[in-house]
Design a protein. Structure first.
Lengths: 343, 100, 177, 653
């Protein structure tokens, strides 16, 4: 195994490690921010300022007894959380998270930060994300519980519906970039207009960006679209019957999905790792990237603790009757403008 | 490189599995799934031939087949729902009133 | 050599999971095995230098159509295949006759295999005539799709629209507004 | 302009047929009469136009539109006015107008809707008759020919609730069909021979060839046409429908079954004078048939007791004379007689109608008598018309009938002349008998049964001692026609009497050939004068016989009937012709139809084939439908089986 392959493997491991930690960090961030918004402290006891709380949570969950309802489908009940988290990890595979770097001169040749770079990267992310629904749906079905089933049903309907708006808003950006490779798309956003406006697609696609964020919330089943696990109605939705590690995997998948969503949003709309030139020169473009992702993630959490949950029929009506048509209009206008300016 | 007829044999086997499923299964949903298998078997043939001949037409017809499959699935499943509401059954043998 | 191994692996998964789709009574498992089969098929597409088709296969089939199937299976909540006795009121409706179809499927495999054996030129490797550049180029694909096949594309879009309306009408409960 | 002539009555028909049931009688009747009068006015105008033209090309053509256009047959719907058709349209519209006016009074007892129906039929008849007369080709004429047949059927069966009326209508229609069929065949033969159906075209084409000496295609065609004419004009063998047609309202009998429609056959022969004169064989047949019909009908008329039947047989007889004239080549004479006959026969029918009207439906002359005083106008006009038809010199009938007799004799048909003369004698006799029995003597039945023979709802039995004479509308028609009966003949005043025979000169170009008789030749003049004397003698003799038997020695009639009882019965039963037809034609057809065609062919073979096919299909289906299991799987299986088999075939090949 040559050095390059080794470095590539290292990057893969790093990405994996970051994602695992991201979920832990996000749990903590969520509780801290929630506490801040509700004018309380949040977790405070474990570690300094409660920083070790996620570790405690994980330990607690690992200690718990694994329960499986009697009528549950043995195989699928086990498979569902695994599927869920696998899809979440896999989705990140083609998402680059930084420009080229030599790790401060450590390497002769610069390497690209990211697991893999395929020429249909955006679509791969999209495809793998859409696989995530199976985890939830199967969990709902396999539990042999009416609450779970309802949660699963809702998840499937919701995710199919919002995938349309999601994909259509993606398509508009793809039209602008003229490529399906995420790295190429990010690189088209380098530089500025008129010397001070970054060439980010968010300025060309404000509507698309908003649609993307909203659809992303729905895809990740976050509040205000957290119907699959709506506590007030369905106890805990699809994961009602889960406990211990199996249960832990669902939030894990959810947070990783959030991270993926944010990373893709950053790459597509916010110029990826471009924008802070002095960091680029230091070879720390990935810091830029992480800052942007963090900002979006904060927005996610912010939304969760700010907005009340919709009604289910409102969700579907919003998705089909407003968001999807809007995204189609956005796509058509974008296509027309692209055609006009290219011609 | 893989010889073309490898793909073709896989495709043929897949198609035969799909047909057999249509005949053997007594559940409308599974029958519909079997039809999907048959469609995908054909898709594989198209893509393999396309690669073999070096043009993209094979892939394009695959897209069309996929679209048709999506339409077929949507309508087929809607029909199944409507039928199920009438008979509380998914057995195709329960829907044999259209005879004689 | 790793290529052929990958191929046999994917083809094996594909055939076995397809066989499992039709090999049991629980439609839930059938759907899941079909998803697995489609994933393997997507792998074969990648091997055939058709990454776009592979992704589309996952997005459309695995991500949309199969979710729809799953949704219906869950909605109807009647997953197990009827274990009811066969309706034997008619000679053509007995199980034996139904199995003739399966036998015919076997005959079909033999016929196709025979046809392949006769056609020698099909034994050539898929990449023997051209490199992967053309077929894996999504830009080229889009050009051909929207140029040469524009009419078919539009016709398909109308088909989708009709199917959508038809599905809504069919699945709607009578009396619903 | 020409198209207007049939158009006016057509408009009248449309209005009366659609709105008539809502219109009062005065409006619907007035409208119909007005339509005829307008048509008459137009006819006079175009006739005057025609008069202003040079004699050689007196012809007005109007093509309305192209009716049929095919490979070698282009058929315009065209009208042509020439001297012959001018005479005819004047007769049709003139007498037609009078009869319309007469009808407004005669039909007054009908309810509004029936009244309007009557007038719509009458107008439709007039329209078709005018199309028949004006048509410039056989097919156009045939449209009118069929149309008047239809109207005749409708009007004979006008009181269709009465079984005899509806039967008579059907009889007329069916008998006419036979003639019409022959007419169509004749047309086809002509088209096959000459490639055209235009009258002028046919005349020109036939003018190119020599007259047929043997029985060739022209003879066949003309004979077929003549058979058509016998149907329409009530000649042997197809005359039986006309006496029965008297079931219709009397004005209808006057217009259709005396003055106009029944003369269509005569007109048709006149129209194709050139054609017919190229077929001497046919001409002879026409003459013989005409003569026999004339004599036969006259003998029957001698003993009939129904006032309208006597007139009907008289009509048949007179039509026979016309055909005789046509047959001997005296086309002008035939048309002349047609023209004068229209006046006096219409007058006679309308007079009889007035009598029937006055007697509330009584038609049997044995129940009449002495009406002379009570119905003076009717009597006087009826008497004038009778004298005219009897051939008393100075009146219309004398000139025309005498011309026929003379021409027949001059052509050398002595036997035919003798038959015609005998017919004249009989005519004078039975017409006088009719007058004596109806108007003279004493009323033989004071309480005539108002059996509603002609009037569905008579006034019942009120005071019969005081009968109403014809009301003004009827009287007007009667008087005008009586005047016509006197004066009409003077346009054909023969040269022998110092006249110029205006009508002959007028008609001559229409026939397209010079009449065989060279008028005005000295040697013929003396012959004509002597024959005239004979005619006059015959007329007076006939009247004298009638006077002797039916006025002076009434009982003689009964004893004569006793003496010649078989003959009397034979005549009374009209030579048993109806019975003969019934036995030889109607019954065999019925038997063949019922037993052979219906029970045998239709039920067994046709129905058998149809039902057999059905049974075969349903039987086969009963077996095959077992394949239709309703199971999708089975269907898919058969489909897939097909795939495997076809694929196997191609692989194995």
């Amino acid at each position: 195994m040559d050095l390059r392959s080794g470095i590539q493997l290292g990057i893969i491991g790093l990405t994996f490690f970051m994602l695992i930690n991201a979920s832990a960090l996000l749990v903590l961030a969520e509780r801290k921010i929630m506490g801040f918004m509700q004018q309380r402290y949040g977790p405070y006891l474990v570690g300094p300022h409660g920083l070790l709380q996620p570790l405690a949570d994980i330990l607690k969950l690992l200690m718990k007894e694994e329960l499986r309802p009697k009528g549950a489908d043995k195989w699928l009940f086990t498979l569902a959380p695994i599927l869920s988290v696998t899809a979440a990890f896999a989705a990140f595979a083609t998402v680059p998270w930084g420009g080229e770097t030599t790790f401060f001169g450590l390497l002769d040749e610069p390497v690209k930060l990211g697991v893999a770079d395929v020429n249909v990267g955006v679509l791969v992310v999209f495809a793998v994300t859409s696989m995530g629904v199976y985890g939830i749906v199967l969990a709902g079905w396999a539990s042999n519980s009416k609450y779970s089933l309802m949660g699963g049903l809702r998840a499937s309907a919701q995710m199919i519906s919002y995938e349309l708006a999601y994909a259509t808003s993606l398509a508009a950006v793809i039209l602008l970039a003229g490529s399906l490779s995420l790295r190429e798309m990010v690189d088209t956003q380098a530089g500025t207009w008129f010397g001070f406006i970054p060439r980010w697609y968010v300025f060309l696609q404000p509507v698309g960006f908003i649609i993307y964020v909203i659809a992303g919330v729905a895809e990740t089943n976050r509040a205000p679209f957290d119907f699959p696990e709506a506590e007030q109605e369905l106890v805990a939705g699809y994961n009602t019957e889960y406990s211990s590690v199996r249960f832990a995997l669902f939030p894990q998948a959810e947070y990783i999905n959030m991270a993926t969503m944010s990373a893709v949003a950053t790459n597509l709309y916010l110029g990826g790792w471009h924008g802070l030139p002095f960091l680029d020169t230091l070879g720390l473009s990935w810091v830029t990237f992480l800052l942007k992702v963090g900002a979006i993630l904060f927005t996610y959490i912010w939304m969760r603790w700010t907005l009340p949950r919709y009604r289910y029929d409102q969700l579907m009506a919003f998705g089909w009757k407003f968001l999807f048509p809007l995204s189609v209009v956005n796509l058509i206008v974008t296509a027309a403008l692209v055609l006009y300016f290219n011609a | 490189m893989i010889p073309l007829h490898h793909y073709l044999i896989v495709s043929a086997v897949l198609f035969a599995i799909g047909t057999a499923g249509v005949f053997l299964r007594r559940n409308l949903i599974t029958i519909l799934l079997s039809v999907e298998i048959m469609l995908n078997a054909v898709n594989l043939t198209f893509v393999a031939f396309g690669r073999y001949r070096g043009d993209v037409d094979g892939q394009i017809i695959t897209f069309f087949v996929m679209t048709v499959a999506a339409a077929e699935a949507a309508v087929g499943l809607a029909l199944i729902i409507a039928l199920f509401r009438h008979r509380e059954s998914l057995n195709p043998d329960a829907f044999t009133s259209l005879k004689w | 050599m790793p290529e052929i191994v990958t191929f046999y692996l994917l083809a094996g998964i594909l055939v076995v999971s397809s066989a499992l789709v039709i090999g049991q009574r629980n439609p839930m498992y059938s759907v899941l095995f079909l998803i697995v089969a489609f994933a393997a098929l997507a792998g074969l597409y990648i091997q055939l230098d058709a990454p776009f088709v592979a992704v589309a296969q996952i997005i459309i089939y695995a991500g949309a159509i199969m979710v729809l199937f799953l949704f219906v299976v869950m909605l109807l909540n009647a997953p197990q295949e009827d274990a009811a006795e066969w309706d034997r009121t008619h000679p053509l409706r007995r199980p034996g006759i139904a199995r003739v179809g399966a036998v015919l499927a076997g005959v079909l495999i033999l016929q196709l295999a025979y046809a392949l054996v006769r056609a020698n030129e099909l034994q050539a490797p898929v990449g023997s005539q051209t490199g992967p550049a053309i077929v894996s180029n999504v830009r080229e694909l889009g050009k051909v799709l929207f140029d040469r096949h524009a009419f078919a594309f539009e016709a398909t879009s109308i088909l989708i629209l009709v199917a959508m309306v038809g599905a809504v009408v069919l699945a709607r409960r009578e009396g619903e507004s | 302009m020409l198209a207007l002539i049939p158009l006016f009555p057509l408009i009248g028909f449309v209005v009366n047929a659609t709105l008539g049931r809502r219109l009062p009688k005065s409006v619907s009747g007035g409208l119909a009469s007005l339509a005829m009068l307008a048509s008459f006015a137009v006819s006079v105008t175009v006739w005057w136009q025609l008069v202003g033209m040079p004699a050689e090309d007196r012809s007005i053509d109007q093509v309305v539109y192209t009716w049929l256009a095919s490979d070698d047959l282009t058929l315009p719907l065209a009208f042509r006015l020439d001297p012959l058709s001018a005479v005819m349209i004047l007769v049709v519209t003139g007498i037609g107008s009078l009869i319309h006016i007469y009808s407004t009074a005669y039909m007054h007892d009908e309810v509004d809707s029936e009244f309007a129906r009557y007038f719509s039929y009458l107008n439709l008849f007039a329209a078709f008759m005018l199309v028949l007369v004006l048509g410039s080709s056989f097919p156009v004429m045939f449209v009118g020919w069929e149309g008047v047949g239809l109207c005749s059927y409708l009007l004979i069966g006008f009181w269709f609730k009465k079984q005899s009326a509806s039967d008579a209508g059907k009889k007329a229609f069916v008998v006419n069909r036979i003639g019409d069929y022959a007419f169509i065949l004749g047309m086809l033969a002509l088209f096959a021979r000459f490639g055209t159906l235009d009258f002028q075209g046919v005349a020109q084409a036939v003018g190119q060839v020599e007259p047929e000496t043997s029985f060739g295609i022209v003879s066949i065609a003309t004979l077929l046409l003549f058979i058509g004419a016998t149907g329409k004009s009530a000649q042997i063998p197809l005359y039986t429908w006309l006496p029965d047609a008297m079931e219709g309202p009397t004005p209808v009998s006057a217009l259709i079954h005396a003055a106009t429609m029944v003369t269509a056959g005569v007109y048709m022969i006149g129209r194709n004078a050139v054609l017919f004169s190229h077929a001497p064989e046919t001409m002879l047949i026409v003459a013989v048939i005409g003569a026999i019909t004339a004599l036969m009908a006259a003998t029957i008329g001698l003993v009939q007791n129904d006032i309208k039947r006597v007139l009907a047989y008289s009509t048949v007889s007179q039509l026979g004379l016309m055909f005789l004239a046509m047959g001997v080549g005296a086309f002008g004479a035939g048309i002349f007689h047609l023209y004068t006959h229209a006046f006096f026969k219409a007058c006679l029918f309308l007079g009889s109608g007035a009598v029937i009207h006055a007697l509330h439906g009584e038609q049997d002359i044995r129940n009449m008598g002495g009406l002379r005083k009570q119905l003076p106008i009717t009597f006087s006009t009826f008497a004038i018309a009778t004298i005219a038809i009897a051939g008393v010199p100075g009146l219309a009938g004398f000139f025309s009938k005498d011309e026929i007799l003379f021409e027949t004799f001059a052509e050398g048909h002595t036997i035919l002349w003798f038959v015609a003369a005998l017919t004249s004698l009989l005519t004078a006799t039975y017409m006088s008998r009719l007058v004596y029995l109806t108007f003279f003597g004493q009323r033989r039945n004071d309480a005539p049964a108002a059996h509603g023979h002609d009037h569905g709802h008579g006034h019942g039995a009120h005071d019969h001692g005081h009968l109403h004479d014809a009301p003004p509308a009827m009287a007007l028609a009667l008087i005008v026609l009586a005047i016509g009966s006197i004066a009409a003949g003077y346009i054909g005043l023969p040269h022998a009497l110092g006249g110029h025979n205006v009508l002959h000169a007028w008609l001559e170009p229409a026939f397209g050939l010079h009449e065989a008789v060279a008028e005005g030749e000295a040697d013929h003049a003396s012959l004509e004068l002597s024959l005239m004397g004979v005619s006059t003698l015959i007329a007076f003799a006939g009247i004298a016989i009638a006077t002797f038997i039916w006025l002076w020695r009434r009982e003689l009639a009964a004893s004569l009937a006793q003496t010649f009882a078989p003959l009397y019965r034979l005549l009374l039963n009209k030579y048993y012709v109806d019975e003969l037809y019934d036995a030889t034609i109607v019954q065999p057809i019925k038997v063949v139809s019922q037993q052979g065609l219906w029970r045998g062919f239709d039920v067994r073979i046709i129905d058998g084939a149809v039902n057999g096919t059905g049974a075969l299909v349903s039987g086969g289906s009963a077996v095959l439908r077992r394949l239709q299991t309703g199971s999708v799987r089975t269907y898919a299986g058969s489909l897939f089986m097909g795939v495997v088999v076809v694929l196997g075939y191609y692989l194995w090949r």
